[in-house]
Design a protein around this ligand. Structure first.
Ligand code: NAP
Length: 646
């Protein structure tokens, strides 16, 4: 059978090919040409990438070099077509390493090679499915409950299905997607490139935008759920109210509320929490909020019955959400006042709102391994480079400005991007610059993707940026801390989520009747982000310490976590034991190491005054401080010695 990444054979005309090549990624195209032609001398020519950021867009090449590459590729593709599009010969490990080095314009460290190869699955095989050692008959009598049908819960369901483990997904909403079901505000889109932000085993050549909007993302998860036969196992509009570990039965008793409001109890040998970190909206209790006369709602609970057309809208909060929302509604409202307490760093990406052209889609569908190398291009720049820029150099002199030389460089790049957009024609350019250039180190909060739409919005006549907190809300206005009053017909809260209230929607009683949140106190943690002592056969996805602030994608992280959890279940079932939980000393050591590492990173620095990464004491519990390659390697196979089995 043809390798599914070798591309569908085609008979496109010369003209069609020439047109398609106009908008493809040149680095991915060149490597596809190596596969098609078997000619590795293509890597020795002068046409090559010279950097890694936004490689997928420009390939760090001059227009002249890109034209040369297209001409070269045209001949190779036509020849390949005329030969009937044969499946390219496999490439040796040495040659693959050469191709990777060429792509990143440097020597790719050896430790990354297996991870990148796995991510690309060039042999066409789903590389992160699990080779179970336990007896299938034993697996078939080990029911599992998954709480949540977002991207991680769906992934866990797919893997359990493949393993022949019976499972039920309990989902409070009436559809799949989690955050991509709930966040329907105008402008909602992913800010990790979609050809990477999708399951590694479900690559997609149908994305219509490089950073898809919410409806397309939700439709993707729906399609994957249907394709993998998960849909009949999902109970929508059903809420888990409580889970108790039954010491006698060595199983979990999970209490549910059905769609009709009635209660039900189900039993499961294991529970996987996939409730995520961004599922409990945070709406600050501003003085007078209850007196507001008009509609007011949180972005994650968008009220589609309210028309914003011709209204004075006050948007409170401008992190990742407000940043997307403001440009999407500025056109239709009479006025938009954006309350932004802290300015955000942003990163230029010309593809951020761009459509995927027909040429790119043609290449994704037909050119051997083009999509795989494209995935690599998106993954690599955010793969641990950002972590290096987040590391604090205690010797660096001005810690308010930057935490290290690398971090200062990022600051200069980001500042240049902001200032380059505000020219002398902009009224009060100086005042605006003072408001929009953050006063804390780059990457200290989540860095946002930007294509210029944010500043274009702020410089519109009907938009005002208030860089201040909220003093109070009145029946028809929001009053800023500086006393200025801003008329409002509608208030939209883009004030984020209660991220530090980890797993706040669940009540989970483990061994000896101890509730998870009581066990945690103010220190939510899980060994490798997944398991907690005293809570046997209980696993977290996107749990404490697994959010990513410096790159990667949560889908990649979920794939690592789900593989690990499947490994734990396999260990347990193969050992003919009933329960598995992490050793307390491993858990304690993990917590200590995570906190020590986080303290060396920009996100925990006192220069970052407000951030959802921090709890009230200024501690960070939600983020991973680790390199992706380390997390990937630690989670490949569970280490039996880390656990106790009953
Ligand atoms: P957020 O980053 O926590 O931003 C919340 C905003 O509300 C900030 O401007 C914050 O100001 C402000 N705020 C909070 N409490 C306030 C208060 N008491 N008074 C005044 N202002 C207050 O939340 P978010 O924008 O919803 O984003 C959360 C996360 O969701 C993102 O980091 C990302 O992981 C995810 N997300 C992703 C996308 C995407 O993929 N494109 C889109 C949306 C969200 P301060 O900054 O001063 O705290």
């Amino acid at each position: 059978m043809r390798n599914r990444h070798a591309g569908e054979p085609f008979t496109s005309s010369d003209d069609e090919i020439r047109t398609a090549l106009e908008d493809v990624s040149i680095p991915a195209l060149m490597l596809s040409c190596v596969h098609m032609s078997g000619d590795f001398t293509l890597l020795d020519g002068p046409v090559k990438p010279a950097g890694i950021f936004l490689n997928e867009v420009q390939g760090f090449m001059s227009e002249e070099d890109r034209a040369t590459a297209r001409a070269l590729a045209f001949d190779i593709i036509c020849d390949y077509r005329d030969r009937g599009c044969p499946e390219p010969a496999p490439v040796s490990a040495v040659q693959l390493k050469r191709m990777m080095n060429w792509l990143v314009a440097a020597e790719l460290p050896d430790e990354y090679v297996p991870m990148m190869l796995e991510e690309m699955e060039l042999d066409g095989r789903d590389q992160r499915d699990v080779d179970f050692e336990s007896d299938p008959a034993d697996r078939a009598t080990f029911p599992v409950v998954i709480i949540g049908a977002g991207q991680s819960g769906l992934l866990a369901a797919i893997r359990l299905q493949q393993a022949g483990i019976p499972y039920t997904v309990i989902e409070k909403n009436s559809g799949v997607g989690g955050t991509w079901w709930e966040n329907t505000y105008p402008g909602a889109r992913v800010d990790v490139g979609n050809h990477f932000y999708c399951y590694s085993f479900e690559p997609d050549d149908h994305w219509t935008e490089f950073f898809a909007q919410q409806p397309e993302l939700q439709a993707y998860f729906q399609a994957v759920m249907d394709k993998h036969g998960v849909t009949p196992h999902v109970r929508f509009q059903t809420q888990v109210t409580r889970a108790d570990w039954d010491e006698q039965a060595k199983s979990w008793t999970v209490q549910l509320t059905r769609p009709d409001g009635t209660a039900e109890t189900v039993s499961a040998r294991a529970v996987i929490s996939a409730v995520g970190q961004l599922n409990a909206p945070h709406t600050p209790a501003f003085d007078g909020a209850e007196t507001f006369a008009g509609p007011a709602f949180h972005t994650a609970r968008w009220n589609h019955d309210v028309s914003l057309a011709g209204k004075d809208v006050v948007l409170i909060g401008a992190g990742a959400t407000g940043f997307q929302l403001a440009p999407a509604i500025a056109d239709e409202v009479a006025s938009l006042t954006v309350f932004q307490r802290t300015a955000q760093w942003m990163f230029p990406n010309p593809n951020y709102h761009a459509e995927v052209g027909d040429g790119v889609r043609w290449a994704l569908r037909h050119l051997p391994f083009y999509g795989r190398w494209y995935r690599f291009l998106l993954f690599w720049p955010g793969c641990d480079t950002g972590l290096a820029a987040a590391k604090v150099d205690p010797e660096w002199p001005d810690q308010q400005r930057a935490v290290s030389a690398a971090n200062d460089l990022a600051r200069m790049m980001f500042t240049e991007w902001i200032t380059s957009q505000i020219d002398g024609d902009v009224e009060d350019a100086e005042a605006l610059l003072a408001k929009v250039i953050p006063d804390y180190p780059a990457t200290g909060k989540r860095t946002l993707q930007d294509n210029g739409s944010w500043l274009r919005t702020l410089t519109r006549d009907n938009v005002e940026l208030v860089r201040d907190g909220v003093a109070r809300i009145e029946p028809d206005a929001v009053v800023a801390a500086d006393g200025s009053r801003h008329h409002a017909d509608v208030i939209v809260y883009a004030t984020g989520f209660r991220v530090n209230d980890m797993l706040s929607s669940l009540t989970v009683y483990g061994r000896n009747g101890i509730e998870l949140h009581d066990f945690w106190g103010p220190r939510p943690s899980a060994y490798l982000g997944m398991t907690v002592p005293g809570f046997p056969n209980f696993f977290c996805l996107y749990g404490p310490g697994t959010n990513l602030a410096s790159g990667g994608s949560l889908i990649f992280h979920s794939e690592c976590e789900v593989r690990y959890i499947m490994g734990c279940l396999d260990l347990l079932i193969a050992a003919d034991k009933t329960a598995i939980e992490p050793r307390q000393d491993r858990y304690d050591d993990w917590y200590r190491r995570c906190q020590a590492e986080l303290a060396t990173l920009v996100w925990s620095q006192p220069t970052i005054k407000h951030s959802f990464y921090k709890d009230e004491a200024g501690l960070v519990h939600s983020l991973s401080p680790w390199r992706l390659v380390d997390f990937w390697s630690w989670t490949r196979t569970p280490e039996p010695d880390d656990f106790i089995f009953f």
